[in-house]
Write a protein of this length. Structure first.
Length: 467
């Protein structure tokens, strides 16, 4: 049965414009992709949250399929790079956050999801946080396949002043923009405007990477009042997430008003596990780690008539899978110079097919990585310390010496996620054969990994001088 599903998936890739899932397609779907910054695994109601009300998000989740094993990267820029390219950080070199004015970003040799969808006839837009480079105009969204851009390039901006430190960070179509207002609301407003004014001759790819709920912890008083029973950072997070939920509700209403809802695929995902005061229950640790709390994101897909409702999907997938899945769904081409790590998971999402992956990589940097194979997960050199907070992710730790590989002489942990999702019982000593097999697979996935942060700007992950 698994072989049959894989043959159908290959057929959907081999025949342009034809999907095994639901061919023939009368119209290309609009695609709206919500990426929520620093959202905890259990902060939303649909994924177990109790103290924060997320009615609009929960309604979408319940009207679609919840992804129980959606893997992301430990921090934000790497997840965004994986989404945009369908490639692991080991190929792009984007293991860590791209700091303001840093002289690097997503390598220019990378074809982006926006490039591929625009080539397929889509109008493409981003409203929200980019975080993949801005030091040179060649790195900003309007130079990477987006027809429209609105929002900010950095992370951790002030929600009201749109600044980080002394730098103003608010743009429309690459041009500085002075504008007042709470950024979450402004991002939502722009998304609604783009929907209302979309080119009627083209399908729309609308990428909405909210800066909520990332720090600084700021929310308008109107969103804080309902959570007077919560304290400190948790109250502020509740207000921030409520603002995101409200914005998503207004964007869905805009799709309905424009008559686009029935032909729109909505994807919802976090970019990494939540830091405190976010909740990742029942997962271990959080943002910046390769434990499940850092790399298992909460997410779902919703498309009326195409995706099952009130459903859960346990099969594992990774953010790199969105690229080939969405491009193929859009009738686009996957012919390109750079090889993909992602797999088309449409049959998995819609027909219950097994995961097309024999292994999924989670990597903080080449010396700190994990691999999931079936229900088993092997971790090398894991830590519960947030790499970003420790300032370690930018250091190319774990370089090979002599003929030894990147995963030699590292601490080993092995967990069976089927009955130990909290990664409490290390079974490495009891499963030596499985450890050997999974270590070999991890070494294979890390083979040729480019170093973090050292990028040749014109190329794709080649070594170069770091500024």
């Amino acid at each position: 049965m698994r072989l049959i599903f894989h043959l159908l998936a290959l057929l959907s890739l081999a025949v342009p414009g034809v999907r095994a899932a639901d061919a023939p397609e009368a119209r290309k779907p609009n695609i709206v992709f919500f990426l929520i910054d620093d959202l905890g695994y259990a902060d939303c109601g649909f994924n177990g949250g109790k103290d924060i009300k997320t009615p609009n998000i929960d309604k979408l989740a319940q009207g679609g399929t919840i992804l129980d094993s959606l893997y992301v990267q430990p921090v934000c820029s790497p997840t965004r790079a994986a989404l945009m390219t369908g490639r692991y950080p080991t190929r792009t070199g984007v293991y860590t956050i791209v700091k303001p004015h840093a002289a690097w970003g997503l390598p220019l040799g990378e074809r982006t999801l926006a490039n591929a969808l625009r080539d397929a006839g889509y109008e493409t837009a981003i409203t929200g946080k980019w975080h993949l480079g801005e030091f040179d105009p060649k790195y900003v969204p309007t130079a990477r396949g987006f027809d429209h851009q609105y929002g900010h390039y950095f992370g951790a901006i002030d929600y009201f002043t749109h600044t980080r430190g002394k730098s103003e960070d608010w743009y429309r179509d690459g041009k500085p923009l002075k504008e007042e207002g709470y950024s979450t609301k402004l991002v939502s407003n722009e998304a609604c405007r783009l929907i209302a004014e979309k080119d009627k001759a083209k399908p729309l790819f609308l990428y909405v990477p909210f800066n909520g709920v990332h720090s600084p912890m700021q929310a308008p008083e109107e969103y804080l009042k309902p959570y007077a029973d919560l304290k400190g950072g948790r109250q502020k997070l509740a207000g921030m997430l409520s603002a995101v939920d409200d914005g998503i509700g207004r964007i869905v209403a805009a799709l309905e008003k424009a008559g686009l809802r029935d032909n729109t695929l909505i994807v919802f995902s976090t970019d990494n596990g939540g830091p405190r005061p976010g909740l990742n229950t029942p997962l271990r640790a959080g943002k910046g780690t390769i434990y499940e709390g850092g790399v298992r994101g909460c997410g779902f897909v919703n498309w009326p008539g195409h995706v099952a409702v009130n459903a859960h999907l346990k099969e594992p997938m990774h953010t790199v899978d969105w690229y080939p899945t969405l491009v193929t769904l859009a009738g686009g081409s996957l012919e390109q110079k750079t090889p993909l790590d992602g797999r088309d998971v449409w049959l998995m999402l819609t027909k219950g097919a097994p995961s097309p992956h024999d292994a999924i990589l989670s990597v903080g940097r080449p010396g700190r990585a994990a691999v999931r194979m079936g229900d088993w997960k092997l971790l090398m050199n894991a830590s519960e310390v947030d790499d970003e907070e420790a300032g370690a992710a930018a250091k190319p730790e774990g370089k090979a010496k002599g003929k030894k590989g990147l995963v030699e002489s590292q601490a080993i942990e092995l967990y069976n996620l089927a009955n130990d999702i909290g990664e409490k019982t290390n079974l490495a000593d009891k499963e030596p054969e499985r450890v050997a097999k999974m270590r070999a697979k991890l070494a294979e996935l890390l083979k040729g990994a480019v170093p973090p942060g050292n990028l040749n700007h014109e190329g794709s992950g080649a070594a170069g001088k770091e500024d």
